[in-house]
Design a protein around this ligand. Sequence first.
Ligand SMILES: Nc1ncnc2c1ncn2[C@@H]1O[C@H](COP(=O)(O)OP(=O)(O)O)[C@@H](O)[C@H]1O
Ligand SMILES: CCCC(=O)OP(=O)(O)O
Length: 363
Amino acid sequence: MYKILVINPGSTSTKLAIFNDEKLISSETIRYSAEELSKFERLIDQYEFRIKTIEEFLSKLGYHYEDFDAVVGRGGLVRPIPSGTYEVDELMVEELKQSKYGEHASNLGAVIAYEISKKYNIPAYIVDPVVVDEMQKVAKISGHPLFERKSIFHALNQKAVARKAAERLGKKYEEINLIVVHMGGGISIGAHRNGKVIDVNNALDGDGPFTPERSGTLPLTQLVEMCFSGKYDYNFIRKRIKGNGGLVAYLGTNNAMEIQQRINQGDKEAELIYKAMGYQIAKWIGKMAAALKSEVDAIVLTGGLAYDEKYMVRWLKEYVSFIAPVLVFPGGDEEKALAMGALRVLRGIEKAKIYKEEVQKSV
Ligand SMILES: Nc1ncnc2c1ncn2[C@@H]1O[C@H](COP(=O)(O)OP(=O)(O)O)[C@@H](O)[C@H]1O
Ligand SMILES: CCCC(=O)OP(=O)(O)O
């Protein structure tokens, strides 16, 4: 039997789990308010804060790091690489620590897993990082040759939930077309054609609907004027777009449950903004239906916001049910997908990919 520690840092939470082989032993989601996270200037500054969360989780359950056969972290913004389980190595960790390819909470998954692996001599892995790139060529064209559309999204959960949806439809993932909508701190809407994500919005970078924390696509000229107004510096604008955009900017919170309560109490402003987020998500689902030439077997809703049946799920069904049946997998399956990726390697069913080698292949 293999004991696996799963570490899944998201932009609004850290999700932790312990597995004995396929069996989930314990899991916990620790949520952070926008205010708590705003204390940290850079992502890497959250390292100790997130470690503390993990150590509290383990000590509550009476576990120590040395009890585990492997530690697996959510994969962050490394270079674009194929889907799979990767050994965490020094090159990957150095690039993540320097935020060479961007900043996001998922970067901490590999960094933390690596530190544990070195200290306690247990292997560390990541699975399907947020940069998995299966985008078709035509989808990469942005509109100007100086800019390229990039595949940055909830690859791990989109793939895991897409397979579950295929199972529910009694088909193979590789045989069907799906639009998968992950609604967490960030939001990604992916067009899955026969097992490949051929198009998806860049969930991190001003491409897509606004989200609990991010601004999504903004009016370009207004943004350029703001940048050159002389009133703001780079960090101010970056923070407004990434951590302090979307629901946080309009309503002061990244917590959709709090917004639901406000709507229940008759807050019309909260209702308008939350509905606008749903409206933008629905329009992106329409875009992906076009990318799939309207051959869509199902639309799959997942992520934390998919728990909200009363508002978000109901609104989205009203807007997009004409495209295909809507299946809902609230939360998602990230922790299980991480554990299973590590387990396949521990059992020798799959060989862990080496980051350096995959990067060289794609050059
Ligand atoms: N039961 C729920 N009902 C409604 N919204 C929820 C629920 N649980 C979580 N959320 C909302 O989902 C969002 C976070 O989703 P999640 O997928 O956990 O994010 P991340 O992994 O990016 O941190 C937050 O806005 C949170 O308030
Ligand atoms: C970096 C893309 C994935 C993403 O947005 O994750 P969160 O929802 O955890 O922020």
